[in-house]
Design a protein around this ligand. Structure first.
Ligand SMILES: NC(=O)c1ccc[n+]([C@@H]2O[C@H](COP(=O)([O-])OP(=O)(O)OC[C@H]3O[C@@H](n4cnc5c(N)ncnc54)[C@H](O)[C@@H]3O)[C@@H](O)[C@H]2O)c1
Length: 249
């Protein structure tokens, strides 16, 4: 599905990002693997090569505009073009109700989960316009569409990702850059590990998914891969939940 495409992914050292990198490689893309965690990020690039794919790792802080600019510049230097990007890096942030939410935690979550997606789009779009277009997938969440008590910064950032996605899609649709967002429900990755500490609350969380289970990173990767591909050539400005029915209630 992605034969010969050059595809960049942030937050690819773990969880959903790693599953996307591996799925893209299986589909024939040349993958730029990026993460703030160099050791684990290198391992993802190694896994891509183990599959017979082509990958190189670049360390970058998704919350830094300069790092995004450099990431795109290095991609162009190495592969000569950029066709696909997924702004996936994100953190859960502190858990506290709005009145108690620490100011520094708010700043950190907004910097990585929202500003980071803007920085990514800004430099990725400019590069894609040089070769006639491309596809960007921004990682939102079901919490880009509904609230979740105790996570005001995360929910606000993910709602912001939807607004940014729609706006960038409108701006560049006619020039061939598609921009979409995906909204996973709760997915089995290290991000939600600490939610398992409270067994009763975790049981309730699973019960909130009509499918009766949490999702798998690979199930998100399949949707992202389709959006990245030319099969989705008329799809832009949209938000696709991948949520076992969570938002249907
Ligand atoms: N797991 C879920 O339930 C779930 C649900 C909806 C959306 N998401 C979103 O999916 C994305 C990936 O989450 P995940 O579950 O795979 O989490 P994860 O913790 O397994 O992986 C996140 C990756 O992002 C990296 N990262 C963190 N801060 C970074 C930074 N500043 N710069 C670059 N990389 C950074 C981490 O090193 C890690 O490799 C996030 O945007 C998250 O909000 C996750």
């Amino acid at each position: 599905m992605l034969k010969n495409k050059v595809a960049l992914i942030t937050g690819a050292a773990s969880g959903i990002g790693q599953a996307i990198a591996l799925t893209w490689a299986r589909e024939g893309a040349r993958v730029v693997v990026s993460d703030i965690n160099a050791e684990a990020g290198q391992q993802t690039a190694d896994l891509v090569r183990d599959l017979g794919g082509e990958a190189f790792f670049l360390q970058a802080d998704a919350g830094s505009a300069i790092d995004h600019e450099e990431l795109v510049a290095q991609t162009l230097r190495h592969f000569g073009r950029l066709d696909v990007a997924c702004n996936n890096a994100g953190i859960g942030g502190a858990k506290a109700a709005t009145a108690d939410y620490p100011l520094d935690a708010w700043e950190q979550v907004l910097r990585i989960n929202l500003s980071g997606v803007f920085y990514g789009c800004k430099y990725q779009i400019a590069a894609m316009l040089q070769n006639g277009g491309g596809s960007i997938i921004n990682m939102a969440s079901i919490l880009g569409a509904v609230g979740f008590a105790g996570s005001p910064a995360y929910v606000a950032a993910k709602h912001g990702v939807l607004g940014l996605t729609k706006t960038a899609a409108l701006e560049y649709a006619v020039r061939g850059v598609r921009v979409n967002a995906v909204g996973p429900a709760f997915i089995e990755t290290p991000l939600i590990e600490r939610l398992k500490q409270d067994e009763a609350a975790y049981g309730q969380l699973v019960g909130a998914h009509p499918a009766g289970r949490l999702g798998k990173a690979e199930e998100v990767a399949e949707l992202v891969t389709w959006l990245a591909s030319d099969k989705a050539s008329f799809v832009t400005g949209s938000y696709y939940p991948v949520d076992g029915g969570y938002l249907a209630r």
